[in-house]
Design a protein around this ligand. Structure first.
Ligand code: AMP
Ligand code: MG
Length: 348
């Protein structure tokens, strides 16, 4: 398949590419586009034939439902009932990295919801995404724009790396600055429950409704729980090399990583280390990849997937990562990192 690529630089006249891409959506094709969380692989959410192409392009399991992206808070056409709490959450966090699970209307095909009677809805903040949705005139179903299992792309180059030849159009240029996917809140139950930690923290959700809970399995650090969101059970975000997470107090973590790096190198392996800015001078061996400061987790989140892909570029044989504290955005960061590691977590 031929993929048209448009790299936008914020110059005059670029609207024509958004028009072109929206035509692809209207004609039933696939378009990868930027959002503030990660790049998305989109198609008309209301047409089953279009949506099927997303699953094919990604190699996505059929039972993993898609999130539909809208350009306004007026979503009554797609969902049956918008509870008061969902309205409040929309008012506070839309456009932005928050997906609400609501009861779907029949206009949304079963292919989009993977046969569930609920649907995830999000209004992204990215200007290109909003323009594309508006211009298309339909909601756009879009999972992350990577081949299933790989780290999600946060810039257009990574998107091209995975999807060139697999989709009709790739449009973008903006880097995804949130860097982890949206927080998913199921609003069909009382109290509402967080099914996936993401760009909006639990603390800030609870400022809107203090009763909001989090799917307990998400805090378990193991893959033997039954998550409520179908997609959360899959291996995800994995770099090519084995990734291990080292967890403990700062001193012990550094000591453990140093010792492990040394031994792996002695055994002839190339080692990547994912570390915080504060610890950069603590290691003399290994390929250092700095995620950011542990006092600025938004930076860490925004660098995380690119760091995992950089490990692939560096062709390392093994990756060791410092654990971050599971508070605030740290819950989403560690959820992604734990999954990328297949829950291989070592206590320092
Ligand atoms: P992705 O778009 O690749 O970030 O994946 C979407 C995530 O949302 C997956 O983990 C899905 O399982 C989850 N999801 C989408 N729709 C629903 C739904 N109706 N109920 C529960 N989880 C959902
Ligand atoms: Mg994904």
């Amino acid at each position: 398949m031929e993929t048209k690529i448009a790299v936008l630089k914020g110059e005059i006249g670029e609207e024509q590419f958004i028009k072109e891409a929206s035509k692809v959506i209207r004609n039933g094709g696939t378009v990868a586009f930027p959002t503030e969380t990660v790049y998305g692989l989109g198609a008309n959410a209301l047409k089953s034939d279009s949506v099927k192409k997303i699953f094919e392009a990604k190699g996505r399991p059929q039972d993993n439902p898609l999130i539909i992206h809208v350009a306004s808070k007026d979503i009554d056409e797609y969902v049956k009932n918008v509870p008061e709490v969902a309205k409040k959450l929309m008012d506070k966090f839309w456009p932005g990295p928050l997906t609400l699970i609501l009861e779907k209307k029949d206009i949304v095909p079963n292919e989009t919801s993977a046969n569930l009677n609920t649907i995830g809805v999000r209004m992204p903040k990215s200007d290109i995404a909003l323009k594309l949705i508006k211009e298309s005139g339909v909601p756009i179903a879009a999972p992350s724009a990577n081949i299933s299992g790989r780290p999600s792309p946060t810039d257009i180059e990574r998107c091209i790396e995975d999807l060139k030849g697999r989709v009709n159009y790739i449009i973008g240029g903006d880097k995804s600055n949130v860097g982890v996917e949206s927080t998913i809140v199921d609003c069909t139950v009382t109290p509402p429950i967080v099914l996936r930690p993401g760009g909006v923290t639990l603390e800030s959700l609870r400022e809107v409704d203090s009763s909001i809970e989090i799917d307990k399995g998400l805090l378990n650090n193991s893959d033997d729980f039954k998550p409520k969101a179908p997609g959360m059970k899959y291996r995800h975000y994995a770099p090519n090399a084995k990734l291990k997470i080292i967890k403990g107090n700062r001193k012990k973590t550094i000591e453990k990583i140093r010792e492990m790096v040394h031994n792996y190198i002695k055994a002839g392996m190339k080692v990547g280390i994912l570390i915080s800015e504060e610890n950069i001078d603590m290691y003399s061996e290994g390929e250092k990849i700095v995620l950011g400061s542990y006092n600025d987790l938004s930076k860490v989140a925004s660098n995380l997937f690119e760091a995992l892909r950089k490990c692939n570029d560096l062709n390392v044989d093994i990756i060791l990562a410092e654990a971050f504290t599971e508070e605030g955005l740290g819950i989403a960061i560690m959820n992604r990192l734990n999954k990328a590691a297949g829950y291989d977590i070592i206590e320092a």
